[in-house]
Design a protein. Structure first.
Lengths: 586, 264
């Protein structure tokens, strides 16, 4: 069963050779979106291969705590896909693509029941149905949950399905670029590194699905995993795909602030869902000033901005955040409903949340923008290149509701897998030209031969601190421009990125290669943030503090002649039947 | 709260730096692995992974460490810290007196430095009969919170493989035993309220459950506090016994099979 231990083959630092893999559908990323896409593509008969940067089952999906939003109506029978549709559009500040939201709100329900059939064990109502908990800005109790480990259960369930179907996968493979057929322009494959050995890999495919997640790691204070460095967005852009809504970065209202090593670690919204109260240094329940109706369970952008305002006004906590208090619920209840939070504060901060208040401040959590996709097929502006989950854009508009991303990855992961599998039927393998391959190999290996001496770990930190300082919750033109100037300096420095040591599992090498895409993502975020001269959802400009109907547009970013360019496009208007469903709160 | 205090209320010796000894080496390399020693500035609330990151960023960029969430949720940064299998992101530097020695998990082949090759686990996982809903499960499942609570513990597993690392059967004997993580997986499926399979034949014949002699090392080190031996391994062993060694049940099943065969 456990084959005799074999040491891995060693790869020479200058080795330009590569192994080649051929498949119908190549899926990059094995979080919820990638795994669900793989199942669909495989079940529809396409030869499917999944590659992912971390170990199988470690993707950022694993961190999702609160639940998965779907209008099952198990707890509140009045709930329906129509109300979920309206909540998503309204809280996305009308920047979402209506068709994507419609598909999402309808299909989220089937995807949750399907996940249960795949083996996920949800918490139950007394009648034995899937239980649903309240969450910020959802009209009804809508989040199906598995304790506070919903993401773990989701990824494990899909991972088991992948393994049971024997769908081929390669974990710890980092993709460095996408290839297109030189004649047809269709996506044709990708170049990558087998991180374990350092061997180069060429993937040839008839369709490619990006499910690479977001780019929270371009910020200093973030709840995101190591691997969330925006590679997918960067490589799609480099391959000529359009990006959209890149200025829309979600700050989760509550991240840990102490100790320094865990700053930014998420404190789930479920704490507020279960009755947690936010107070400032003078003991006021300050949310009553910002959203007296919904209080702590207001939309994430509202709560994050409120906390920021309190801190800036000098009413912050000792550690520079605000207080979050769940003690009134009692120890037994807290340990049962929020076990991971209890453990997290005990282990990392020596704080017993059943007795003491938590100190929290906003942390970068999610990217609403990303690769622009067709709402029906999840196909990008490059034929044969699909994107699903956080790497894609269009569903969440200017602000994502809690719980909507787990349903997003299932709904559009499935759709991407379906469209990709259909598109490859009776198709010849697109070609990749040898010159592009050789050029990419030279680029990928350059950190080993550079005469420069730039430290990739330091440059990543500088990128992240620049974004935190200049492109935060509240932005203005002067800061954003300063951020761009700093970014150019970093881009210059990054030319001399140096890898040290062997090819096998070399993070000074792989991190060096991530820097390029991080810089591109930052440039796209800052550029779009400068462009949008209003405040809407997650994007707040102190120099343009109000929402302006003339900015009811999506900002589209793309590459023309090697330069990043932007244009605006009006948000498509929903048909009358859907328009009438949208219920504004205020 | 932030200062480490001993039980007598005395302040612990708070040196400004901490010394780490790390086992270095590349898989497939002929030269034997060796220890490198580093000195890292202490920080409030620092965990071992923070110290390793400090080394990687500032002292030796060639040091390899597998990590991802840095929040104890993904199970990537498993290692042996002063000989005990632990997650580097959850082990506080101030919980250890003196020098800290970090070695990769010994049960798996070394890739480089602290990183091991755990891929053999997926081949084992693929052999476990997957979740298969009962015939009468219906289109939308109905079951109750009590059913959920029975298997919830097993579903907390973050696949850090520390239990596999500490298991002496896996570590020393290369026996045909699937190992604690995979018994927990089988138990989570067997106790799924809607599952219709019986995995005891698999556990006995392929899973090699008999190899486990209940030393309980795995349940002691599980970072998710899954009571692996008592709650998963022993009940799975009991299921095997019920199925294969209970003489009354054997006679009953034998007669039933004959009766069914005659009825056909």
């Amino acid at each position: 069963m456990w084959a005799p231990r074999k040491e891995v083959d060693r790869v020479d630092v200058n080795d330009r050779s590569y192994d080649e893999r051929v498949t119908d559908v190549l899926i990059i990323g094995a979080g919820g979106a990638g795994l669900r896409a793989a199942i669909e593509s495989h079940d529809r008969g396409a030869k499917t291969l999944v590659v992912c940067k971390s170990l199988l089952g470690k993707a950022h999906t694993v961190m999702a705590e609160g639940g998965i939003a779907a209008a099952l109506g198990n707890v509140d029978p009045a709930d329906s896909w129509e109300v979920h549709f309206s909540d998503t559009i309204v809280e996305g500040q009308h920047l979402s693509n209506w068709r994507m939201v419609e598909i999402f709100a309808k299909e989220a329900i089937e995807r949750v029941y399907e996940l249960e059939k795949y083996g996920a064990v949800f918490d139950r109502t007394p009648a034995g149905k899937i239980s649903q908990r309240p969450f910020g800005a959802h009209t009804y109790r809508r989040l199906c949950n598995i304790g506070d480990r919903t993401g773990l259960e989701l990824i494990r369930t899909l991972q088991d399905q992948l393994i049971a179907r024997s769908v081929p996968f390669m974990d710890e493979v980092m993709i460095t670029c996408l290839f297109r057929d030189p004649k047809t322009g269709r996506a044709a494959g990708a170049m990558g590194i087998d991180v374990k050995t350092g061997k180069l890999l060429l993937f040839r495919a008839k369709a490619v699905i990006l499910a690479t997640g977001g780019s929270g790691r371009v910020y200093q204070v973030t709840s995101n995993s190591y691997e969330s460095t925006g590679d997918g967005i960067g490589m799609a852009y480099r391959a000529g795909a359009e990006l959209m809504d890149m200025e829309m970065i979600q700050f989760h209202p509550t991240g840990m602030i102490y100790p320094p090593g865990v700053r930014g670690m998420l404190v789930t919204e479920a704490v507020r869902g279960e009755g947690g109260i936010l107070t400032n240094s003078v003991g006021e329940r300050f949310m009553s000033r910002y959203d007296p109706k919904r209080m702590e369970l207001s939309a994430r952008d509202v709560v994050a901005r409120s906390i920021y305002t309190e801190i800036m006004a000098g009413r912050g906590s000792k550690g520079g955040g605000v207080y979050l208090d769940i003690t009134q619920r009692g120890a037994e209840y807290i340990k049962r409903k929020l076990p991971s939070m209890y453990d997290q504060f005990m282990a990392f901060a020596d704080i017993d949340i059943t007795k003491d208040k938590m100190e929290v401040a906003p942390t970068v959590h999610y990217q609403m923008g990303g690769v622009r996709v067709n709402p029906e097929t999840a196909e990008s502006s490059v034929a044969g290149l699909y994107a699903a989950g956080e790497v894609a854009s269009g569903l969440h508009g200017a602000n994502r509701l809690g719980g909507n991303s787990l349903s997003d990855i299932l709904v559009f992961g499935k759709r991407a897998g379906e469209s990709a599998a259909k598109s490859v039927a009776a198709m010849d393998l697109p070609s990749v030209d040898g010159e592009s391959i050789e050029k990419e190999i030279s680029r990928v290996l350059s950190p080993f031969s550079t005469t420069g001496n730039a430290n990739p770990f330091h440059i990543k930190e500088e990128i992240a601190s620049n974004m935190w300082k200049h492109v935060g919750i509240v932005r203005n033109a002067a800061d954003l421009e300063a951020g761009l100037i700093e970014l150019e300096k970093l881009r210059d420095e990054a030319k001399g990125l140096k890898a040290v040591g062997e090819r096998a599992y070399n993070q000074s090498w792989t991190d060096s290669l991530q820097v390029l895409d991080m810089l591109l993502v930052c440039e796209a975020i800052i550029g779009s943030a400068l462009e949008r001269k209003e405040s809407r959802g997650a994007h707040t400009r102190s120099d343009f503090p109000s929402k302006d109907p003339k900015w009811l547009v999506n900002i589209v970013t793309s590459q023309i002649d090697g330069k990043m360019v932007r244009r605006t496009e009006p948000v498509p208007t929903p048909p009358e039947a859907l328009l009438s469903l949208i219920k504004e709160d205020d | 709260m932030t200062e480490a205090m001993s039980e007598t209320g005395e302040r612990r010796d708070r040196k400004k730096t901490v010394k780490l000894r790390i086992l270095r080496g590349v898989g497939g390399q002929t030269s034997p692995p060796h220890y490198d020693v580093y000195e890292v500035p202490r920080e409030d609330g620092m965990v071992v992974l923070n110290a390793v990151h400090y080394i990687q960023s500032n002292l030796d960029p060639s040091l390899s460490v597998r990590w991802n969430c840095k929040a104890g949720r993904c199970g990537s940064c498993s290692a042996e810290i002063n000989g005990r299998p632990q997650l580097m992101c959850k082990t506080r530097v101030d919980s250890i007196d003196g020098e800290i020695t970090i070695e990769p998990m010994q049960a798996f082949p070394r890739l480089k430095d602290l990183v091991t090759d755990v891929t053999a686990n997926w081949k084992v996982a693929a052999q476990i009969p997957p979740f298969t809903p009962k015939a009468n499960a219906g289109d939308i499942f109905t079951f109750y919170q009590a059913d959920v609570d029975r298997s919830r513990e097993f579903r907390r597993c973050i696949e850090c493989f520390l239990c596999m690392d500490v298991c002496h059967v896996i570590r020393e004997h290369e026996a045909d035993y699937i190992g604690p993580r995979w018994v927990v997986k089988a138990a989570s499926l067997d106790m799924h309220p809607m599952d219709g399979l019986n995995r005891s034949k698999f556990m006995k014949e392929t899973g090699g459950l008999g190899y486990c002699n209940i030393t309980k090392c795995c349940q002691e080190i599980c970072p998710e506090h899954i009571v692996i031996t008592d709650d998963a391994i022993i009940p799975e062993k009991e299921r095997v016994v019920d199925r294969h060694y209970d003489p009354l049940l054997w006679v009953y099943r034998h007669l039933k099979r004959n009766a069914e065969a005659e009825g056909m």
